[in-house]
Design a protein around this ligand. Structure first.
Ligand code: PGA
Length: 227
């Protein structure tokens, strides 16, 4: 980085399987107006699929600097795939898709091959694939420019990795993959977020539990902006 170029700062809320449409809209109306418009600040909310159209509408009407994403995508194009959410349908609402989250790998048998198919669908339909990995050995498809390092011991446990180790893992991805940005995820809160973002190789955070509370989420954004 140099020449006055600003590093992107990604703050991504992964609501997982939480929030009714009513709760989702309450969150948007609290958080949306409080996000500062800054070129390098990329705040993304990833609700459950059923909330996505209403969330997108609320963000558009409010003209909030908030991107909308999803937590998964179909590995196939639209067609005879019962229960799946295809990228070419979702593209009307979203800009990003979290792919290969460890909860999908553990609970739904998702493999690196399936993640690779989902990445192809995302890229083909102009959706940014954010691929989650648990360690530096997980295979990342070539087209991916955004990776989240999320060690499973840190997810939802209140026991985050150390910023130093997260930075090392992020660096190992940057050494291997050109132009990749790396996020850290796992028990991020308004208390510890700065320590991760202060590290050279970390470009943002992926937040589960702490993103559900709109006040806490705004505090996270505010503390990032002080860096
Ligand atoms: P957590 O979840 O913030 O609750 O640890 C992070 C994630 O799973 O993306």
């Amino acid at each position: 980085m140099g020449g006055g170029e600003m590093k992107n700062l990604w703050i991504i809320a992964n609501w997982k399987s939480n929030k009714t449409i009513k709760e989702a809209l309450e969150w948007i109306s609290y958080v949306g107006p409080k996000i500062e418009k800054r070129e390098n600040l990329k705040v993304v909310v990833c609700p459950p699929f059923t909330d996505v159209p209403e969330v997108k509408k609320a963000v558009t009407v409010g003209n909030f600097p908030l991107m909308v994403g999803v937590q998964d995508l179909s590995p196939f194009d639209s067609g005879a795939y019962t229960g799946e959410e295809a990228a070419n349908i979702m593209r009307d609402f979203i800009e990003l898709a979290i792919l290969g989250h460890s909860e999908r790998r553990q609970n739904f048998g998702e493999t690196d091959e399936m993640v690779a198919m989902k990445v192809i669908q995302a890229v083909e339909h102009d959706i940014i694939p954010l691929v989650c990995v648990q360690d530096e050995n997980t295979k990342i498809p070539d087209q991916v420019r955004l990776v989240a390092y999320e060690p499973t011991f840190a997810i939802g446990t209140g026991n985050p990795d150390t910023p130093e180790n997260a930075d090392q893992v992020a660096k190992s991805f940057k050494d291997k993959l050109k132009e990749v940005e790396v996020l850290y995820g796992g028990s991020v809160t308004s208390e510890n977020v700065k320590a991760f973002l202060n590290k050279d190789n970390i470009n943002g955070v992926l937040i589960g539990t702490a993103s559900l509370d709109p006040e806490e989420f705004v505090e996270i954004i505010d503390s990032c902006l002080l860096i």
